[in-house]
Design a protein. Sequence first.
Lengths: 242, 181
Amino acid sequence: MRNWRTSRYISAVALISLCCLTVSASEKKEPVPKAPLFCGAAVFADLSGPVMKAVGARFDQLEVGARLNFRDHYFPICELGIGESDREGRENNNKFHARAPYYRVGMDYNLNRKHNGNRLMVGLRYGFSSFKYDFSDPDFSDPVWQGAGSLNLKNMKGQTGWLEACIGCETKLWSFIRLGWNIRYKVRLHQSANPSGEPYYTPGFGKNGSNTFGGTLNLIFDVGKTTKKKTAVEQITETINK
Amino acid sequence: MRTLRHYRGWLGKRASLLACLLLFPFSQFLILSCEGIDCTLDNVVTLNIGFYSSESGTKVSVTDTLYITAEGTDSVLLNRGRNLQTVSLPMSYWQEADTLRLTFRGGEEDDAYAYDIVLRIAKGNQTHFESPDCPTTMFHEISNLDYDDPYSLTDSIIVENTTVNYAQLENIKIYFRGSAD
């Protein structure tokens, strides 16, 4: 039931968002000039991670990234972050902890043919994280033989690689500042873990499993652009408007 | 119509910004709402012993009353089991070997006779966890099986599956002489 409600909510919001983009994209029907090969670069930071940390989510991350812009369609991208999970069992005293860096590399493609500052992006990423995780169970004891014991496993090594398929959009807020979001479907490609158990959380991937969903809300800064010096994309936009 | 065009234009100018802002609560909801407890339902780890006839090779029911105790604990692992084809027993978490005593009693009020079989099972122990929400358990790997059968009740006792975990596979097969009645 929970999954069905979540899916319905996701579908509704995604549909509304994409309809908004469609309305925007269908306003003008003019021939689109080709953008120059190199249209600039940008750096960005994920806003959802600090929010998750502030509200005490079961895991959170701090993530930044950089990307290049070729022809306003191709965006080679690199993302770096630190993921953390510090979680206690809801019905017991088990504790799990992991905190480690992760990275993703990949490419976004802008589906919007017009160079009007709005972008509808699809993309692929490969993510990887090598990390250590802790698990403890202070009440772990043999129910029959009554052997004394508490389980305290530290610094177990894990490695995970995964693939992400992304879809999202972004728009210009002001001058060189942009806001964008994307949702991601993540598929685990490979994993190595301690024989005692797989990690509950993988930095950058989320809750461990064969697949999961995620998303980011990015504040994007076009690099090297000032109000005096306009980007190639903006020059094209001005040409179209004239 | 003019009003509609006006609003359409207004929406068009701000559509992308609206689309971006819509996802802010959405992305948080997406990540935070998918929380659930995903523990394995069959999370009991037991050693499974099956009883077989050496003549036919098929599974048989033990018609005597069966008691099973273990060294190192006062707990009776199985009390007054009757007509059993399989027994499922816990294993110790920390010991390197478990010694199980299977006592078959029969006659009036189970006092007429009693035969024992003693199994010594050497094993390795491996802690196992899935998530902080799930109970921690211990898996085992049987490395050796030795037994005493002073009354020659059995033809042979073999290890079928060495891994003792959630899979609930039959780990040990006891082949009785005759039909085990």
